[in-house]
Ligand binder design. Structure first.
Ligand code: CDP
Length: 572
């Protein structure tokens, strides 16, 4: 890593500057930024470095390195760290899970805590499985219960009302176990697209359920109030209903609860019942996690992966994220305690699709999938090495006795997570997470109904270098949404510029599974389907994800929701 003068000015794209100015930089009462992006990186590096241990010389050194890695856009922490480090809020984590019990006190306590977390820029996940079903008995009032879905609407309304720290709206994950009596209503809950808009919902499925689906058998439905089996449902029927809803609007997703718990590093502390809003981070109730992602596009030097640079970046990022746990101001004492006892961090990647393009390897190829596995294995190993080194310097996480790491102390009970990187990939100007490119060029609606054609920077560069660039061609690509059948583009270029729509759902799942095999937590990934895909296609992918060891599945069939944030022109 270069130790030269740190300069970020030329690197940030126009989009990155706009996003930073709107939501990340300190602003005065008139809404004008009072710091530059460089000031922001300095503020973050300084605050995170304050948690450094060791000599003064060491500290100075790490502060420079933290600043350099962020300024180079080689590594970025999750948005709350960029926004809040060194500021009054000081809340640095993106992910939280809160417990919801079967009492009014517990439910409304969770809503209050959700408000506090959203205010600080974090997202919250909940399992509603402990809440007794609708129309069940309520002794204290001799009335009937409302059930988990109507309480979810209260969480949703609360979220709607609070803007996250004036920055982004709160996001929630709602999970219901597949053996809850209200499961069918839950599956159908988002049929009306205007309700639960602040929730992603997922069915928590068990291995027993998946087994019953395979065998077309009935399975037990249990009332959580008393643990009694109230009836049986046919597993295939429930599975088909989940598929039908996912096919028609992308929700519910599913999460494989037994799998999350099989990889729970601290089973003696508690059981996983939910993940964070985008599904990549399973957490125990009252746990939080801070994420950070390495920009893989910056790890390619002259057409080859620079493994030494990647190793240095992984180790520095691991140290950075461990420091974030100390520097963080937690919204609740319970979260402070739980987070510091398990010390979870989630290092992941962004720019994976860009890396493949730079290496001239198609995303949807065996080589691409094999390289995904190799890169993530390397990152996971190096992150664990560094966390073990940190355990020697700073001690292991306090809940280590009884955990899977008892014999081999480590500082962080999990090290790796693949986040969506929705905003930080815009700041780094790279493809998001481990997703393929969404489009090679697309039409962005700007103010006054004007349209702007945005072209993928690598494509633009190659097109200009090889002499086939023209504004008309970029327009044609934006309209078609794919370069695959445009003869004017050389075949070898078309081969690597595949987009999420060109890639089969199977290949999406295989890439997710390749990364999952070497990720402690989970992988954020959307499996894209064409508008013409059938329900059976969706069912096949759900089964494949299960077979391949994924921890959950999220799908989206093109055009199935009214409002798509980004849309490929002509397809919407
Ligand atoms: O790119 P950035 O760091 O902003 O976030 P991301 O990787 O897209 O999302 C990571 C996590 O942040 C999500 O899984 C949520 O837990 C949380 N999040 C949120 O609470 N609200 C949002 N609007 C976006 C993300």
């Amino acid at each position: 890593m270069s130790r030269g003068k740190i300069s970020i000015a030329p690197k940030l794209s126009k989009n990155a500057r706009t996003v930073l100015a709107k939501r990340y930089l300190k602003r005065d009462s008139a809404g004008q930024p009072t710091e530059t992006p460089e000031d922001m990186f300095r503020r973050v590096a300084k605050t995170i470095n304050a948690a450094e241990t060791g000599t003064e010389k060491n500290k100075t050194n790490y502060e420079k390195q933290f600043l350099q890695t962020m300024s180079n856009l080689d590594f970025l922490p999750n948005s709350p760290t960029l926004m809040n480090a060194g500021r009054e809020l000081g809340q640095l984590s993106a992910c939280f899970v809160l417990p919801v019990g079967d009492t009014m006190e517990s439910i409304f306590e969770a809503i209050k805590n959700t408000a506090l977390i959203h205010k600080s820029g974090g997202g919250t996940g909940f399992s509603f499985s402990r809440i007794r079903p609708a129309n069940d008995e309520v002794r204290s009032t001799s009335g009937v219960s409302s059930g988990p879905i109507s309480f979810m609407r209260v969480f949703d309304a609360a979220t709607e009302t609070i803007k996250q720290g004036g920055t982004r709206r709160g996001a929630n994950m709602g999970i219901l176990r597949v053996d809850h009596p209200d499961i069918m209503d839950f599956v159908m809950a988002k049929r009306d697209l205007t309700i639960l808009t602040n929730f992603n919902i997922s069915v928590g499925v068990t291995e027993a359920f998946m087994d019953a689906v395979e065998k077309n058998q009935d399975y037990d439905i249990i009332n959580p109030r008393n643990g009694k089996v109230v009836k049986q449902l046919n597993a295939t029927k429930v599975f088909n209903q989940i598929i039908d809803m996912a096919w028609s609007n992308g929700e519910p997703g599913i999460v494989f609860l037994d799998r999350l718990n099989r990889d729970n590093p601290t089973p003696h502390v508690g059981e996983y019942e939910s993940t964070n809003p985008c599904g990549e981070q399973p957490l125990l109730p009252y746990e939080s996690c801070n994420l950070g992602s390495i920009n893989l596009a910056n790890m390619v030097i002259e057409g080859e992966i620079d493994w030494d640079k990647l190793e240095l970046t992984v180790k520095l990022a691991t140290r950075f994220l461990d420091n974030v746990i100390e520097a963080n101001k937690y919204p609740l004492p319970e979260i402070d305690e739980m987070t510091k006892a398990n010390r979870k961090i989630g290092l992941g990647v962004m720019g994976w699709a860009d890396m493949l393009i730079l290496l001239n390897i198609p995303y949807n190829s065996q080589d691409g999938i094999a390289l995904g596995e190799q890169v993530m294995r390397f990152i996971n190993e190096k992150a664990h090495e560094e966390s073990k080194q940190l355990a020697k310097e700073r001690g292991p996480f306090p809940n280590i006795t009884g955990s899977i790491y008892e014999a081999d102390p480590i500082r962080n009970s999990t090290c790796t997570t693949i986040a969506p990187t929705g905003t930080i990939s815009i700041i780094a100007n790279c493809s998001s997470g481990v997703e393929p490119l969404f489009a090679v060029s697309y039409i962005r609606q700007v103010l006054d109904n004007n349209k702007l054609i945005e072209v993928h920077p690598l494509f633009e560069r190659i097109a200009k270098e090889r002499g086939f660039y023209s504004p008309e061609l970029m327009q044609e690509i934006a309209e078609k949404g794919t370069v695959q059948d445009i003869e004017a583009i050389p075949a070898d270029v078309r081969r690597v510029f595949v987009t999420s729509h060109d890639i089969t759902p199977n290949d999406h799942v295989l890439m997710q599974a390749a990364f999952q095999r070497h990720t402690d937590n989970a992988v954020s990934k959307t499996v894209n389907f064409s508008r013409e895909a059938t329900r059976e296609d969706v069912a096949t992918v759900y089964r494949l994800a299960y077979k391949e060891g994924c921890k959950g599945v999220t799908i989206y069939r093109d055009g199935s929701r009214d409002m798509q944030v980004l849309s490929v022109a002509g397809k919407d």
